[in-house]
Design a protein around this ligand. Structure first.
Ligand code: XMP
Ligand code: MG
Length: 185
């Protein structure tokens, strides 16, 4: 799927496919250096982190294991509540392991802050976060994100794993939606 396939539904491309891929190689370079000689488990947060996990894992030169978690923080509303439910837990015992959580986007930061606390209670050797995107509100929660791809404005974005009503995850870029898609004019 690309911009042409979206027609009038696309408002604009915020981060192009090239920019994404360049940034991911840069992040992979830092992770390669930081975890050289260590045994690393990368944990993707379903479903949004599928694309960044797939590209980041292939851009790394160090060998890694991959696992997945699915969490839900929204209940009925559209804002993070901070109350997180684990829908799918790790298959891996992370005690004494180096863990890097890979996430698509940090908005309020509540989801990741809960997740990091949860993982830390399992006594990993280390637990860090890599987020492709970060919105300005994330600064309100004292959460240490070791790797960030892009700081973006506080607007709803889609593509490259991110969805609106489960659609547009398979775009190779990050974009914004035209208002009519949300039921606006
Ligand atoms: P918090 O607020 O807890 O939430 O940091 C992070 C989660 O919120 C979702 N999210 C978005 N999903 N476009 C999306 O498709 C967005 O612009 C957006 N902002 C937040 C996402 O699931 C993320 O994991
Ligand atoms: Mg997510």
């Amino acid at each position: 799927m690309d911009a042409a396939d979206m027609g009038r539904d696309l408002s604009n491309v915020l981060i192009s496919e090239d920019e994404l891929q360049t940034k991911i190689k840069e992040l992979a370079g830092q992770i390669d250096a930081d975890y050289a000689g260590k045994d690393l488990l990368i944990v993707g947060v379903l479903k949004g982190a599928v694309m960044i996990m797939a590209d980041l894992a292939r851009a790394l030169h160090i060998p890694v294991q991959m696992d997945w978690m699915a969490v839900s923080s929204y209940g009925a509303g559209t804002k993070s509540s901070g109350v997180v439910r684990v829908l799918k837990d790790l298959d891996t015992d992370i005690a004494n392991r180096h863990v890097l959580v890979v996430e698509d986007i940090i908005d309020s930061g509540l989801t990741l802050s809960w997740l990091l606390n949860n993982l830390q209670s399992r006594n990993p050797a280390s637990a860090e976060i890599c987020a492709l995107l970060r919105k300005p509100d994330a600064v309100k929660v004292p959460i240490d994100v070791k790797y960030v791809g892009f700081d973006i404005p506080s607007e709803f974005v889609i593509g490259y794993g991110l969805d609106y009503a489960e659609r547009y995850r398979n775009l190779p870029f990050i974009g914004t939606l035209a208002p009519h898609v949300y039921g606006g004019e």
